[in-house]
Design a protein around this ligand. Structure first.
Ligand SMILES: Cc1cc2nc3c(=O)[nH]c(=O)nc-3n(C[C@H](O)[C@H](O)[C@H](O)COP(=O)(O)OP(=O)(O)OC[C@H]3O[C@@H](n4cnc5c(N)ncnc54)[C@H](O)[C@@H]3O)c2cc1C
Length: 509
C-alpha cells in the first residue's frame, strides 16, 4: 500500500514528487530496497536525526530475502532462516536477551543417510565422514594454502583424511565416494552451481561467527528482526517513525546520479509507475542479482568500470526451498532428516527416465532435477512439514515447474529412499521460493567465485560510493554482497546498511 498522505507535507506536487531538500541541515536520502540492509540503514539514519528519508521497495512487503510466511498454522522462512553464530553476530547481539531465539533445533549432522536402492548406510561411518568434511570447512588456515576451486581442494584433503583415519578400507571408501556429491551439495551448492566454481579464497575470507550456527526464531521466523531493527520489539511505544517513509510496490527503474544538466546536484530516482523522487543521496541495497541484470539500464550515467567489474565478477548462486505439508506426521519422533545418497546405478537410471517428471527426456526440465535435492528435514516448529533444498544447476529450473510436478518429484524421492521404512501419505500442500526468476532478486546470495579471483572483483569495490560532479558521495551501496567477510548472511547485510548510514552521518556531523 502506498503511503502518500504522510509525505504530502514535505513534497511539492507537480507532475513529479519532489522532496524538499536542505543540504546543510536536513539532507534527504532515498533508500532503494526494504530488505534488512535497507531497513537497517533507515533506522540508523533516523536515530541520528535524518528525518528526510524515503524507502522505495519494489515488492508488496518489506524484508526482501528475509521472507517469513504462514504455512499450515505456523511461520516458515523462504529465505534467511537461522542466526548463524553468536560472537560478532549483530543479530544475535541485538536479540540475545529478548527470548526470541530457540537453541533446541535439528542439526544436519544428526541425520541418517538413505540410499536410493532402499537401505541405510552405516551411521557411524557417515557421521565420521561428515565430521571430517566439517573439519575441512572449519580449517580456514588450511584453505589459505589451497589454490583453485574448493571442489579440487576439498576432494584432495577429504580423501587424504579418510585414508589417514581408515587406511584402505574398501567399505569406507565406497561410502565416501557415495557421500562425495552429497557433501558438494550440502556444503557448497547452497552457494553456487558447482563447487568447482567457488574459490578457496572465499572459504577463508568468509568470517563465521563463533557459537551455535543454527539458531531458530521461536515464533514468527526471521522477519522478527525487522521489528527489532525498527524498535517495535521489545517496546512498541518506542518504535522508530519509519512506517510512513516506506513506499511499497515502488520498483526503481532509473537512478540519475550525476545530473550536470540542471542545477540539481543530487540524485533523481525514477520508478516503473512513472513517479520520480529527488534527494541528496541514494543508498542502493538491491541484490547482486538485480545489479548484474539491470545495472546498464538502472544507472545514468553508467557505472564506472571498477564497479561493473565487481558486479560481473562476484559469484551469485541460487538455492531454493521446497516446503511440503502432510496430512499427518508420518515420521518417527527421533527423525531429524532424510539425507539422500544416490547409487551410481540409480543415478544413471534417473537420467534415462527423465521424461517421467518433466516435459521431455532430453529437456533441461527432465527428472534430473531430483538429484539436486539432497535431503528432507524436519522443522522443529512445524510438526507436519518437511523442508527440502534444491541446489546447483537445477535450482533456477525447478522454479519453472508446476507445483504438481514438484510435489510428484518429492514424493517419488521420499518413497524411493525411505518408503521401505515409512508409510508415506501424499503431501497435500507445497510452498516454495523462486529467488532466481523474481526480478527483484535474480538469485540467492553472493560468493567468491573463481571468476571473482580472475577478475579481481571485490565486495570492497562493490561497496564504494559514487561521487558526483559536486564532489559529494551521492550513490551509496549496501546489501549482503557488499560485505567483504559476512556476505550471504542476514547479519552481514545489516552491517552494510549501518555502514552506509554511518558514512552519511559522518559527512553531516
Ligand atoms: C534461500 C535462502 C536462505 C538463506 N538462509 C539464510 C540463513 O539461514 N541465515 C542467514 O543469515 N542468511 C540467510 N540467507 C541470506 C540472507 O537472507 C540475505 O543475505 C539477506 O536477507 C540479504 O538482505 P539485503 O538487504 O542485502 O538484500 P534483499 O533482502 O534482497 O533486499 C533488497 C530489497 O530490494 C528490493 N528491490 C530489488 N530491486 C528493486 C528495485 N528495482 N526497486 C526497489 N526495490 C528493489 C527487493 O525487493 C528487496 O526487498 C538466505 C538467503 C536465501 C535466499
Amino acid at each position: 500500500m502506498f503511503r502518500f498522505s504522510a509525505i504530502l507535507t514535505q513534497v511539492r506536487i507537480s507532475e513529479k514528487f519532489i522532496i524538499v531538500r536542505n543540504m546543510a541541515k536536513n539532507p534527504s536520502v532515498i533508500i532503494v530496497g526494504a530488505g534488512v540492509s535497507g531497513i537497517a540503514a533507515a533506522t540508523k539514519l533516523l536515530e541520528n536525526g535524518f528525518v528526510n528519508l524515503t524507502v522505495l521497495e519494489a515488492e508488496n512487503k518489506i524484508g526482501g530475502r528475509v521472507c517469513s510466511v504462514e504455512f499450515g498454522g505456523s511461520f516458515v522462512d523462504l529465505g534467511g532462516q537461522w542466526v548463524h553464530g553468536e560472537k560478532g553476530n549483530l543479530v544475535y547481539q541485538k536479540v540475545k536477551d529478548l527470548d526470541l531465539l530457540s537453541t533446541s533445533h535439528n542439526t544436519f549432522s544428526d541425520n541418517t543417510y538413505y540410499l536410493s536402492n532402499g537401505s541405510i548406510v552405516d551411521k557411524d561411518i557417515t557421521d565420521r565422514l561428515f565430521a571430517i568434511g566439517m573439519e575441512i570447512i572449519d580449517d580456514k588456515e588450511g584453505a589459505k594454502n589451497g589454490t583453485g576451486s574448493v571442489g579440487d581442494y576439498f576432494i584432495k584433503v577429504f580423501y587424504e583424511a579418510v585414508s589417514k583415519e581408515f587406511g584402505h578400507n574398501e567399505n569406507v571408501l565406497k561410502i565416501a565416494k557415495l557421500l562425495e556429491s552429497w557433501l558438494e551439495k550440502f556444503f557448497f551448492c547452497l552457494n553456487s552451481e558447482s563447487w568447482f566454481n567457488i574459490s578457496t579464497n572465499g572459504a577463508h575470507v568468509f568470517e563465521s561467527c563463533e557459537g551455535d550456527q543454527q539458531l531458530n526464531w521461536r515464533d514468527k521466523g526471521y522477519r522478527t528482526i525487522l521489528d527489532v531493527l525498527m524498535k517495535k520489539i521489545p517496546d512498541a511505544t518506542k518504535q522508530l517513525p519509519l512506517d510512513d517513509k516506506i513506499f511499497l510496490n515502488k520498483e526503481v527503474s532509473k537512478i540519475t546520479w550525476d545530473n550536470n544538466t540542471t542545477n540539481f546536484n543530487g540524485v533523481t530516482v525514477n520508478c516503473s509507475d512513472g513517479s520520480t523522487f529527488n534527494a541528496d543521496h541514494v543508498i542502493v541495497t538491491t541484490s547482486l542479482g538485480v545489479l548484474k541484470k539491470f545495472h546498464e539500464s538502472l544507472f545514468i550515467p553508467e557505472l564506472p568500470p571498477y564497479k561493473i567489474n565487481s558486479i560481473e565478477g562476484i559469484g551469485l548462486g541460487t538455492v531454493n526451498k521446497i516446503l511440503l505439508k502432510f496430512p499427518t506426521k508420518w515420521w518417527s519422533n527421533d527423525l531429524k532428516g532424510i539425507n539422500l545418497l544416490w547409487t551410481e546405478e540409480d543415478r544413471v537410471n534417473l537420467h534415462k527416465e527423465s521424461h517421467l517428471f518433466g516435459p521431455s527426456e532430453n529437456s533441461d526440465n527432465g527428472r534430473c532435477w531430483l538429484e539436486d535435492i539432497f535431503g528432507f528435514y524436519v522443522i522443529d516448529s512445524h510438526p507436519r512439514v518437511l523442508l527440502a533444498f534444491v541446489v546447483g544447476k537445477s535450482a533456477p529450473k525447478v522454479e519453472l515447474l508446476s507445483d504438481e510436478l514438484v510435489i510428484g518429484g518429492c514424493m517419488y524421492l521420499l518413497k524411493k529412499f525411505s518408503g521401505w521404512k515409512y508409510e508415506i501419505p501424499e503431501a497435500d500442500e507445497v510452498l516454495r521460493s523462486k529467488w532466481s526468476s523474481n526480478p527483484h532478486f535474480c538469485g540467492s546470495y553472493a560468493h567468491v567465485s573463481i571468476e571473482s579471483e580472475n577478475k579481481k572483483a571485490s565486495a570492497e569495490d562493490l561497496a564504494k560510493p559514487l561521487i558526483s560532479a559536486n564532489g559529494k558521495q551521492t550513490v551509496l551501496f549496501a546489501g549482503e554482497a557488499t560485505n567483504p567477510s559476512k556476505f550471504s548472511t542476514v547479519h552481514g547485510a545489516i552491517e552494510t546498511g549501518y555502514r552506509e548510514a554511518e558514512r552519511l552521518i559522518k559527512i553531516y556531523k
